[in-house]
Write a protein that binds this ligand. Structure first.
Ligand SMILES: N[C@@H](CCC(=O)N[C@@H](CS)C(=O)NCC(=O)O)C(=O)O
Length: 208
């Protein structure tokens, strides 16, 4: 299987899940700075994902799976023993899917495009930061009551996604000072060997 990724973007989440599950992926980097996005081998990425965004996972049968929240579930389900997602149909699985959807719609898309595209303007960015502060406060309260991970004691695919997205905070000037449990979560997940391995493989800086 091959994961199309761009360094430090939302594709870090399936990259982490694959490593945590013990799945060896081929990686192909996409240059998002150029339009249409070329890959590192010179291919046109829109031929893989017509929407032009990462992550995209090419499965062993050659078909392509897109949407990060679906890709992490696919990878986790390949290795049920990794317990990165609970079995389909269980209440725990729906809770994890609820978090994946929350992260995708309430956090991911609030950071991006608003905070990565200055052309949206300062006013739009301020609105996004205010909304994010509310949503992150919700995550903070949840972690305080029910942590240390989103669904309790075990790291899951939803945690990989949360870590990836909240990791954009410093760069986008989203202040985490009021969220000690979330900051502790970021440190805890960031210290996981497979998380560090994924970040290093993408050429990201990791804390010593
Ligand atoms: N709905 C997609 C969105 C993915 C997405 O926003 N990817 C960003 C990087 S975090 C991207 O590749 N943007 C480049 C573009 O849209 O051209 C998902 O959840 O996987």
């Amino acid at each position: 299987m091959k994961l199309y990724y761009a360094t430090g973007t939302c594709s870090l989440s399936p990259h982490i899940v694959a490593l945590e599950a013990g799945i060896a992926l081929d990686l192909e980097k996409v240059n998002l700075a150029k339009t249409p996005h070329p890959t590192e081998t010179g291919a046109d990425f829109t031929a893989v994902n017509p929407n032009g965004y990462v992550p995209a996972l090419v499965l062993d049968d050659g078909s392509v799976l897109t949407e990060g929240a679906a890709i992490v579930q696919y990878l986790a389900d390949l290795k049920p023993g990794s317990a990165l997602m609970q079995p389909a149909g269980t209440a725990e699985r729906y809770r994890q899917q609820s978090w994946l959807n929350f992260i995708a719609s309430e956090l991911h898309k609030m950071y991006s495009p608003w905070l990565f595209h200055p052309e949206y303007g300062v006013q739009a960015q301020d609105v996004a930061r205010k909304m994010l502060a509310k949503r992150l406060a919700f995550v903070e309260n949840h972690l305080a009551k029910s942590g240390p991970y989103l669904t309790g004691d075990r790291f899951s695919a939803a945690d990989a996604y949360l870590f990836t997205i909240v990791g954009w905070s410093a760069f986008t000037k989203v202040d985490l000072a009021a969220f000690p449990h979330l900051r502790a979560f970021m440190d805890r997940v960031g210290a996981r060997p497979k998380v560090r391995e994924a970040m290093q493989a993408e050429g990201m800086k990791i804390a010593a």
